[in-house]
Design a protein around this ligand. Structure first.
Ligand SMILES: Cc1cc2nc3c(=O)[nH]c(=O)nc-3n(C[C@H](O)[C@H](O)[C@H](O)COP(=O)(O)OP(=O)(O)OC[C@H]3O[C@@H](n4cnc5c(N)ncnc54)[C@H](O)[C@@H]3O)c2cc1C
Length: 171
């Protein structure tokens, strides 16, 4: 695979492609390659390049999906390696600016310092990441008690900015 306009790293060796051919489900599909973007700019370049070459991209954070959502036969874009920063938490506005590879429990450890909590309590909170939680609209037992404790609902008002790479978590 050539990497003309994307200057980040794409692995297309057999081992990497095999490792990324599954998630936590029984589905298996080998991608053509796996990219590890370091920032939003690299994601933009990657998406442009893949569109030009008509290669589908499947984003992946922790890969704990149970129905093959994190697998695909094009390019896997793994944000879990480099895009793991909590950029800031604005306690007054109850908004956190984060990268998509932030683990849910890590966000809550920081949020707790401001007496805040990101509610959706998926069973995998000690490893699943915010990009994947929003992608799956993840929820957990709190959903029964607090009707809107699902990831997409928690992010809905900021979702477009999230798509452009400025990830947001609220409350
Ligand atoms: C034992 C076990 C228990 C579970 N319990 C629950 C539960 O209680 N509730 C629940 O809801 N789920 C549960 N799950 C499923 C899964 O753990 C959650 O949905 C989790 O939030 C997914 O996060 P992830 O980081 O692993 O996402 P991934 O599996 O990596 O991705 C999930 C989806 O989001 C997309 N995505 C990932 N990153 C991005 C990004 N940066 N930009 C755009 N799209 C992106 C992916 O393409 C994919 O479609 C469980 C799974 C296991 C194995």
């Amino acid at each position: 695979m050539s990497t003309t306009s994307f200057d980040g790293v794409i692995h297309s060796d057999v081992l990497t492609r095999s490792l990324y051919s599954t998630d936590a489900s029984m589905y298996e599909e080998q991608p053509q390659g796996v990219a590890f973007p370091k920032n939003v700019n690299e994601i933009r370049k990657l998406v442009t390049w893949a569109a030009e070459h008509k290669i589908p991209i499947t984003a992946r954070s922790a890969g704990t999906s149970l129905a093959g959502q994190a697998t695909g036969n094009g390019l896997i874009m793994d944000v879990s390696r480099h895009m793991t920063k909590i950029l800031n938490i604005n306690a007054e506005q109850r908004v956190a600016h984060i990268e998509p590879g932030v683990i849910r429990d890590s966000l809550n450890r920081e949020a707790a310092k401001h007496n805040l909590l990101f509610g959706p309590d998926t069973s995998t909170t000690n490893r699943c990441m915010m990009g994947g939680m929003i992608g799956n609209n993840s929820a957990g037992s709190f959903y029964q008690a607090w009707k809107y404790a699902r990831s997409y609902h928690r992010n809905r008002s900021h979702f477009e900015r999230w798509q452009s790479g400025d990830i947001q978590a609220v409350e």
